[in-house]
Design a protein. Structure first.
Length: 562
């Protein structure tokens, strides 16, 4: 019996998902688990370090991520999303032996590049930290340097692990790669609970390394099973490796520009009162939940399918059909989610971070920053798909240019809103929202022109219906929330606050579904059809060629870890 359970479990985790929405649903479950665990992580951080005279340590902890994360973004995400997955997916179809050679070559080059840059970062971490957070005291800078150096170790494991993720998802194995971020957050939670009482802020920092190791280890057995064997090789002479290098350069430049945006936010927030940077990140993590749940998952699942439609070459007909289907599906989910965050921002902030050590003033400020972020949640979500649509077309320069303009706008507005208008950390959220909306609109317009145009009726009418249903949903959220808060429940108590949030959310959800039916929004029917299939999960996961979308059969899917 144990053997049967083991074999069934192995088959389940190694199974393939062959449509965008079915693959995205697998990703959604794992991303939701990861993001919820991430919120638990943040609540624990707030509980241990906020309002106990240690807020500055938490600010330093978040600031210390800047340099290691920058290396990871430039070395891995540029290659993975824009270049590695499309090129590797094409090699899978043609030459399996050559495809593994490409994997080995890219991993070797990425690791060597990281070791060089990480060594330089380790050596010069003090002046670099002072550059990023010039308003930190000497004590804060010294702590930031120590935490940064520890976090560099985690990035080494992440580099290898993320390429494993790209390989597995190119082979349409989504479940284990999607679970790996859950283990990463679990590692940080362990560091907080087990190590923080004795080692303070070093506890969660060590947890980052532990989580990165678990992120790698959970994927290793499956990638071995599908044929990976590491053979050290530079692969410079390989055509596939050179093509990846050529494609990743514009994407890496785009990410480098993005790093300016993020670094400016850290620099400005660290110049504000203690805890401002932590509040900024807490609000950002809350808004990232729906963006990751709907935008990132569907966008990631769409990339290889869109890439294959380009290879099929049919004048972009199927490409446009597939893109618009994914585009509308993202908007169908994300619009009511953004309304929910906007209306229920204070209850959600209190539930997520309302530990005893998190004061009411911090709760209100986090809610205001979250409201600023909520204005662009839909834009941030569809950007995940739009950028990948350009990658599928092997165009990495357009997102670079448009992203650069958006970053410039963001930096100017961040300075104006936070310093000129004295909005503080709220101004940082507003600047990100305005820049995100501009970026999404520009990407959609250019993509439409590039593929010969999208028929307006195919997206404008459904979008209008969704916006109308979302506005009505907002009313259905606000009315019961205000009534229950004033006349029925004592929301100073956690259980009753949770009840208010559940009742209001349920009311909004029912209204959205009802009006989706009345307005005949087809994305609801598509989603319900997928859910019915997932009801018979054993059959679904045992089928290797199940296709739930129209354009073409047996398309690969992909994602990158959270």
């Amino acid at each position: 019996m144990v053997k049967n359970i083991w074999e069934s479990g192995s088959k389940f985790f190694a199974s393939r998902q062959n449509s965008i929405l079915s693959a995205a649903l697998v990703l959604m479950v794992a991303v939701l688990s990861s993001r919820l665990l991430g919120l638990i992580r943040d609540r624990l951080l707030a509980s241990y370090f906020f309002n106990s005279g240690s807020e500055w340590q938490l600010d330093v902890y978040f600031a210390a991520f800047r340099l290691p994360d920058m290396l990871f973004q430039l070395l891995v995400l540029g290659a993975l999303s824009a270049a590695f997955i499309p090129v590797y997916s094409s090699y899978i179809q043609k030459n399996e032996k050559e495809s593994w050679a490409v994997v080995n070559g890219v991993i070797t080059l990425a690791c060597l590049g990281f070791l060089v840059l990480a060594s330089l970062t380790f050596i010069f971490s003090y002046p670099l930290s002072r550059l990023i957070a010039p308003n930190f005291t000497t004590q804060q800078i010294e702590l930031m340097v120590s935490l940064t150096r520890i976090m560099l170790l985690a990035q080494f494991f992440f580099i290898i692990s993320n390429f494993f993720t790209g390989v597995l998802q190119s082979h349409q194995r989504f479940l284990l790669p999607a679970i790996s971020p859950v283990l990463y957050n679990a590692g940080i939670v362990i560091g907080i609970v087990v190590l923080a009482p004795q080692y303070g802020i070093y506890g969660p920092t060590i947890g980052v390394v532990v989580g990165a190791v678990m992120h790698l280890l959970i994927q290793y057995p499956l990638i071995r099973r599908i044929g990976f064997r590491y053979v050290p090789t530079l692969g410079i002479k390989q055509k596939g490796v050179r093509k990846i290098g050529k494609l990743m350069l514009p994407r890496t430049l785009a990410l480098a520009v993005d790093q300016i945006e993020l670094t400016v936010a850290v620099t400005l927030a660290t110049a504000m009162s203690a805890g401002s940077l932590s509040i900024f990140y807490f609000a950002q993590h809350l808004q990232a939940l729906p963006v990751g749940l709907f935008g990132l998952t569907i966008g990631q699942a769409a990339l290889p399918m869109l890439s294959k439609e380009v290879e099929n070459g049919d004048n972009y007909t199927h490409f446009k059909t597939l893109f618009l289907s994914s585009f509308k599906q993202i908007l169908y989910f994300i619009l009511p989610a953004s309304v929910l965050l906007l209306v229920l921002r204070i209850p959600l902030v209190r539930i997520a971070f309302g530990a005893k050590g998190f004061p009411w003033e911090a709760t209100l400020l986090t809610g205001k920053v979250l409201a600023a972020f909520a204005l662009s949640i839909a834009a941030q979500a569809v950007i995940q798909l739009l950028v990948r649509a350009f990658y599928a077309l092997q165009d990495t320069r357009t997102p670079l240019v448009i992203g650069g303009v958006a970053v410039f706008v963001n930096v100017i507005l961040s300075l104006w809103f936070s310093l000129g208008l004295h909005l503080g950390v709220i101004g940082l959220g507003l600047a990100i929202s305005v820049a995100g909306i501009i970026q999404a609109v520009a990407l959609f317009i250019v993509l439409s022109r590039k593929v010969g145009g999208f028929a307006h009726s195919t997206y404008s009418i459904p979008l209008l219906k969704m916006i109308t249903a979302s506005i009505l949903t907002g009313i259905a959220l606000w009315v019961p929330m205000r009534f229950l808060d004033q006349f029925v429940l004592d929301t100073t108590r956690t259980i009753q606050l949770v009840m208010l949030t559940i009742v209001a959310s349920g009311s909004g959800f029912m209204v959205y579904v009802v009006f989706s039916k009345l307005f005949q929004i087809e994305e609801l029917d598509n989603f319900l059809a997928i859910l019915k299939k997932f009801g018979a999960w054993k059959r679904v996961f045992s089928q290797t060629e199940e296709v739930l979308t129209e354009p073409s059969a047996s398309l690969p899917t992909t994602a990158t870890p959270d």
